[in-house]
Design a protein around this ligand. Structure first.
Ligand code: GDG
Length: 479
């Protein structure tokens, strides 16, 4: 197959795509999991790409030899941007995760705006830019990822680089009215406009960005609006703003879900359920994921529909995340309380309504749960895309799962027609959807899931990558 890209790919993200761990005696390195790494790895290998990011490990790790080992194994190079603890505290836990993250997910009440955090964000973005400046050759495809690195482009310009720069935002972009609450709104928008290509997950995010940029920068001209992108002009420069919904490697999930190991694990799970339906929730510990609201909706469903008693269980897996940020620690406590209260209220001998697990699952166990759960409850308050929704469908190889999906997940744009769409703030509406999924006849389940699977198969992560790269390569395109 011809390569999708003739240029060398330079990827920049907050974290390197490597998991560095300390064993009893030695350190180990292996590639990170996740759609982005899977999609990019073949292209990175083919044209000797370079990935720049923070390694996320302490100073005691023998980083040089680990990165070398990674390159030998994976066929592409990693370059580390080391960060001091105070930088991590202010740039990452501070500005990125306590200001941008809640603001961009429409949760103004969770925002903490602090000048020292903003300054550290700006400084760390400059640090990333300096490493790119050292590494980048003209003719590289330079692609910066996500909300932690929105100012990298403008720092590269300040360093005199005139390369084409691309950026993709994995999380939503808020409405102009929300964005303007940010004390450093002008600097951030100007920073983003230093990129030549800016990609968002959904059309809504793209529109929000264009409206916000037009509101804050009167000199910005909207040249044209096309189906897939909007062209903006700022002085001499033309900026392409598009939407490219990210996806998963469908075939990989589908194949693995059919494997013997997953089948065995799924069988074992089902044996333990004794004819009950299993409803699955899988999320990082995060207040954007709507987990308390989901518990309350399940409680409401049990109140409203006694037929559900003893016949369905919610398995909620929560992956520990950002537990050093206070809002996340508080959320953990709230979940413990809610699960305890609901189980005490409705539980019976041999039936626990909510199985709440606070840990990461091995991949086989994750896929076994995807494959075997009759219902998935994916109900974030807001989400850039939500890959769990897509992974669940790709792993539902028996075609009998029902996806209950929040209308505020980016994935609703592609999957909304065949999932049961809910507003996670509407407890009764979500409870009704749970009952509807529980009672849905096998033929309707099969039809809906077949449509969902074919949509994800068509629009997989490889297509996402191709679309982004081709749009970025197409320099003279004026719409
Ligand atoms: C950001 C945006 C956007 C989960 N539990 C386990 C596990 N996972 C894996 C899933 C999935 C990933 O974590 C979660 O992906 P999401 O898309 O749901 O969420 P974020 O991490 O918030 O990612 C999001 C995404 O970027 C991509 O652009 O969709 O909206 O917020 O891949 O499989 N993996 C394993 N064990 C677990 O227990 N092995």
């Amino acid at each position: 197959m011809p390569s999708i890209l003739s240029k060398r790919l330079l990827i920049i993200s907050n974290r390197l795509p490597a998991v560095i761990a300390q064993g009893r005696e030695t350190w180990s390195v292996k590639p990170g999991t996740g759609g982005l790494v899977t999609a990019l790895a073949p292209v990175m290998r083919e044209n000797h790409g370079v990935w720049i990011g923070w390694p996320g490990c302490g100073d005691d790790a023998p980083l040089g030899s680990l990165l070398h080992e990674f390159e030998q194994q994976q066929g592409y190079r990693l370059v580390s941007v080391p960060l001091a603890e105070q930088e991590v505290e202010r740039y990452y836990r501070g500005f990125s995760n306590s200001a941008v993250w809640p603001l961009f997910h429409d949760l103004l009440g969770n925002c903490h705006f602090e000048l020292s955090h903003w300054q550290a964000y700006d400084a760390v973005n400059r640090k990333f830019a300096a490493v790119i400046d050292e590494q980048a050759r003209s003719e590289d495809f330079i692609w910066v990822h996500d909300y932690q690195l929105m100012l990298v482009g403008s720092h590269l310009r300040a360093m005199g680089r005139s390369d084409r720069l691309a950026f993709f935002l994995h999380i939503p972009f808020p409405s102009p009215d929300l964005f303007r609450r940010l004390p450093w709104k002008n600097q951030l928008i100007q920073g983003l406009l230093a990129y030549d290509q800016i990609g968002f997950q959904t059309l809504r995010d793209r529109r929000n960005f264009v409206q916000t940029a037009a509101m804050l920068m009167p000199e910005l001209e909207i040249v044209s609006r096309q189906r897939h992108h909007t062209l903006l002009r700022l002085g001499e420069r033309v900026i392409k703003v598009g939407h490219y919904p990210i996806s998963i490697d469908f075939v990989e999930f589908d194949d693995f879900a059919r494997s013997r190991e997953v089948e065995d694990a799924a069988w074992y799970l089902h044996e333990n359920l004794r004819g009950r339906q299993l409803m699955l929730g899988i999320d990082r510990l995060d207040y954007t994921k709507g987990i308390p609201e989901r518990f309350l909706a399940f409680e409401r469903a049990l109140e409203k529909y006694p037929a559900l008693m003893r016949r369905i269980s919610l398995l909620q897996v929560v992956i520990p995340s950002r537990t050093l940020v206070p809002d996340y620690a508080n959320l953990k406590e709230l979940l413990d309380q809610l699960a305890g209260r609901i189980n005490a209220r409705f539980g019976q001998p041999e039936w626990v309504p909510i199985h709440y697990v606070f840990r990461c699952l091995e991949r086989v166990q994750l896929l076994a749960r995807y494959r075997t759960s009759e219902i998935a409850l994916v109900t974030p308050l807001r989400d850039g895309m939500n890959l769990v929704a897509k992974e669940y469908c790709a792993s539902s190889v028996e075609n009998n799962g029902v996806l209950i999906l929040s209308e505020f997940a980016g994935a609703a744009d592609q999957l909304g027609k065949h999932a049961l769409l809910v507003n996670p703030y509407d407890t009764d509406g979500t409870a009704d959807a749970i009952y509807r999924a529980f009672t849905m006849d096998p033929e309707e389940r099969r039809q809906r899931m077949a449509q969902l699977r074919s949509e994800i198969r068509r629009n997989d992560v490889h297509r996402w990558l191709r679309r982004f790269v081709e749009a970025g390569d197409d320099e003279d395109d004026d719409g």
